[in-house]
Design a protein around this ligand. Structure first.
Ligand code: PDD
Length: 289
């Protein structure tokens, strides 16, 4: 029996109907989050839930639940669905109302859903690295909001899939922004570079965790824009994201990065990131040796 969260209570999936005039369905008028689960425990839950509320507030939706009560219910769902390794998907829409672009007046109740999904471990490409392509970033100018409107991201990812690549690295003109569902980093002469957290990218939680790991362990990071040319000439390139974790990039547009193998520092960062997961969620039976 599939169990899900609907408006912060747990129901059987089949007992819930989503209205065809839900504004999420009609307009993509809502926000979402993806939180990782390891050993049945949420990783960086609070950070994701706070960003969920922030995204909602940015599009003027008030989340009718506190971080603590959402987290409690999600933990209950993880327990109910016996999820060990996987993700929780959360979504909040402005609610159900007769189709009209402007906000409903009086406002309608937001619709909140969450469900769990299993994800297999270990992810093989994390050891061997992935190939990527570059695509023009055609998204709007509020990429800091984790909005349901993902058409440009979907088109970019499909382009990657069509060219047998894992991810599409987006750029505005010559400047690299981020992947279709990940943040992008490059390393040159032992210095890490990643796009600053502004309206052009989503400030990834994985990105933030890695920044704090770098600070603690003495890796030098510059949150500074870099060009496609800088990136393809870099010593190492990698992606970060909730499902991607720390993923080495070995090729961009069929051009090898470094010697074509995952970089040494990237592998060190993978190990440090794994230790961080283990601190929160317990021992993971995977290694990057
Ligand atoms: N994507 N940039 C974009 C555009 C993203 O969609 C994501 C995450 C990230 C990485 O953010 P985080 O580290 O918080 O996961 C960056 C999720 C996983 C998704 O859409 O499935």
């Amino acid at each position: 029996m599939d169990m899900i969260i609907y408006n912060n209570s747990i129901f059987e999936r089949d007992s819930i109907n989503i209205d065809l005039e839900d504004r999420g369905y009609q307009f993509g008028d809502g926000v979402y989050e993806v939180i990782r689960v390891y050993n049945g425990k949420l990783f960086t839950a609070e950070e994701h839930l706070k960003r969920f509320i922030k995204s909602a507030n940015e599009i003027k939706i008030n989340v009718p639940y506190q971080v603590g009560e959402m987290q409690e219910k999600i933990n209950e769902l993880i327990h109910t669905t016996s999820l060990s390794t996987g993700i929780v998907y959360l979504q909040l829409t402005r609610g159900v109302s007769k189709r009209n672009h402007a906000f409903p007046s009086p406002p309608c109740e937001p619709v909140y859903i969450a469900y769990t999904k299993e994800l297999a471990l270990p992810i093989v490409p994390m050891k061997s690295g992935v190939t990527t392509i570059t695509v023009e970033d055609i998204r709007w100018l509020r990429c800091d909001i984790k909005s349901l409107n993902l058409l440009p991201n979907i088109l970019a990812k499909q382009e990657a899939v069509d060219s047998n690549s894992f991810e599409a690295i987006q750029h505005r003109g010559t400047i690299v922004t981020e992947g279709s569902s990940s943040n992008v980093w490059m390393i040159k002469n032992q210095v890490l570079y990643t796009h600053p957290a502004n309206h052009y990218i989503l400030n990834g939680i994985t990105r933030q965790v890695l920044l704090s790991i770098c600070k603690k362990t003495g890796f030098v990071v510059e949150e500074k824009p870099f060009t496609i040319e800088d990136m393809v000439k870099a010593d190492e390139v990698f992606l970060t994201g909730t499902t991607t974790e720390v993923m080495p990039v070995i090729q961009i547009n069929k051009q090898r990065i470094g010697n074509g193998d995952p970089g040494t520092l990237t592998r060190q960062l993978q190990q440090l990131f794994t230790s961080e997961i283990e601190k929160q969620c317990g021992n993971l039976s995977k290694s990057f040796d």
